[in-house]
Design a protein around this ligand. Sequence first.
Ligand code: HEM
Length: 497
Amino acid sequence: MYQLLLDVDPYWLCLYAALGVGAMAFVMSQLHKMLPPQQLNRECSRTDNIPPGSLGLPFIGETIHFMAAINSDKGFYDFVRVRSLRYGNCFKTNIFGETHVFVRRTEWAKTILNNEMGRFTKRYIRSIAEVVGNRSLLCASPHHHKLLRARLVNLFSSNSISLLVKHFDPLVVDALNGWQDGGTVIVLDEALQITFKAMCKMLLSLETGADLDLLQEDVGQVCKAMLAFPLRFPWTPFYKGLQARKRIMSTLEKIISRRRSLDPNFEDFLQSLLAEDGNSCSEGMHRLTDAEIQDNILTMIIAGQDTTASAITWMVKYLGENEEALDAIKAEQLQLAEKTWKKSCLTLDDLNEMPYASKVVKESLRMASVVPWFPRLVLKDCEIEGYKIKKGWNVNIDARSIHLDPTVYNEPHKFNPSRFDDEHCSKPYSFLAFGMGARTCLGINMAKAMMLVYLHRLLTTYKWKVMDSDSSTEKWALFSRLRSGCPVQVTRISNIE
Ligand code: HEM
């Protein structure tokens, strides 16, 4: 959703805000609701083989409906859900002056995410580029993206994951030790703290101190700015985000120049990038500039922190509400604890002994769909399963619908980790929590590792009761985040040995 919002030309947003079209849209939307679905379908499929769906009002399209969904109790995905129910597997709409098509079939996900015949690209995002930087992997042109990704992918080795586990584990243990027996904890708040620290340690070896506190505050401002109207007045979130970005860039510049002058021995992403940077020209590869390094360090903090914390939160909720799965995972983890409790730290080998927990992670990611859809820009007129799709449109793979499709997953709303017992039986492109193709998440294994560590420590330290069963998602959040933050009442387990 956030990408869809941010793909939009910010000046359209301002224009809409200024026009004050809410009242007119409300009237039109009431009229629209009065039309029977069949008539809507007919009206929307007038042009041969164009996907069904309403383009809404002239100029503003269905922007107001979209914004209303974002700001409603049902959450932003409701906009898509309602139209999927009405129009089926493929529908079109118009938001912020652009045509968006949503598709929810695994076959289409394959075609689009694999960018068959060079027809699709992740689009260049102007407003996001201003805050995360236009040399970020998220915003780079296809050619530049390829060069950047080729450099960054090396950082995500199994050695890096082992190091991450080594650093993440004590963070979780410390956090859990700080909980009061019998007290209530907001899982999301806690998870955001430790995932932020884990990212900063992994990327920059920052663990404590003023730099870390400032960075955390500033990254928060940047995230808010990514969803804000791009208005540059000193009191607006967008302006504050731009100022925060400047401070982050100057902190990163300082760190880089300290590293260069002192030549220290750090084991982190920044150090690898600076070292690779020295060698890269001789290998004839793209040399990362300092600006590219800075933009992508910021990108990775944002991409890794919020998503992983949200996924952990959903997982704690789902387990807390599903006794059968909870019993099964407890049995596995308590058995493993007989081996791990004497060790100072969990290792990758320990995580490899968690087959059921791995399925819990996967099932939680399926049900939560933390990134619910993936937008792509259409580069050439094309046809998808009989529908004409035009150059310049946006196609969005509706991952959440695929994850909850009863023809893809039996009883999709049931939390059932055992559905992944036989991986080979699953339909291709049916599990899209991390995307697929050239833009697949770089942090897949890191995210999974953090979720497993968290599970092991939580299950072997506490029992918990979910205090708020509400599943609504946060308004104006970058990802699907539980609005309640998942408050749980925790009771310490004292007899693990
Ligand atoms: C549970 C946690 C996570 C989820 C659900 C998640 C999900 C995703 C998804 C769906 C995409 C692709 C979007 C698209 O195709 O349009 C993506 C991209 C990305 N993710 Fe993650 N992610 C997670 C954790 C992480 C972590 C820990 C990192 C590490 C720093 C990370 C770094 C990235 C980067 C750099 C990209 C951009 C890749 C590119 O455009 O080439 N993610 N993520």
